[in-house]
Design a protein around this ligand. Sequence first.
Ligand SMILES: [Zn+2]
Ligand SMILES: [Zn+2]
Length: 257
Amino acid sequence: MDWLQLSTSFLSRVYYSIFSNQCSICQAHSKAAICEYCKTGLEYNHHACAVCQRPLPQQQMAQNASQSLCDKCQATPPPYYRCLAPLRYEGTTRVLIQNIKFHQQAHFIQPLMEIVRDYLIAYYSHTTPWPSQLLFVPSHPQRIKERGFCQTQIMANTLCSLLKPTLTSSTPYIASRNPIQKSIHTQAQHTLSRKLRMQNQQGVYQIQEPIEEHVALFDDVMTTGSTLESCAKALQRKGAKRIDIWVIARTPDEKHG
Ligand SMILES: [Zn+2]
Ligand SMILES: [Zn+2]
């Protein structure tokens, strides 16, 4: 564990919670790292496939948005129930997530997870039961060492604590030991083509603890979906009957790579 990097990440959050009264985007007075006004200006994923949430052009949307499927989901249904992705991985949203992942800007986690929370509450309140358990796609231990923290774990924990006041005892729980373990050191996914990503994912994830039948699987960004599909297949083999994918943002097609 690199304590210098870990403490940098921790101090970044403490600094913002105690000393900063400014929105990091517009510099307006704000207790949160992103003010309410700037939150509404982020890239929301309004037009998207009803299953994988891949952004679609508005003209490809069916009149009933729940019937709009992308060509990939029409050809082969993915190994999960559906993906929930409130934002698109572009513009300011992309910069914020990259700042968390690569520049230790942990104070952006909470405002982004508030957006995810609101989106999830809107979805589950009308249609369907909440998952019993929240799992997250783990980073490789080497990356955690390099970055000083596992950002998906911090994000999932933050999301859980944000859901608790609304859901109380039905909040999906996070197991003390993440059941999903990554077994092989793989090249960073964003440097590979889709085909190589799929090959690269074979056998990478193992489920080493018992899991619930209805689980949520969290990752920060879904790009091609190969990482999450590989994880979802491993969860199915371990007995998951329904897997809901939760991500902050979904990458539009032209932003792959
Ligand atoms: Zn602002
Ligand atoms: Zn789709």
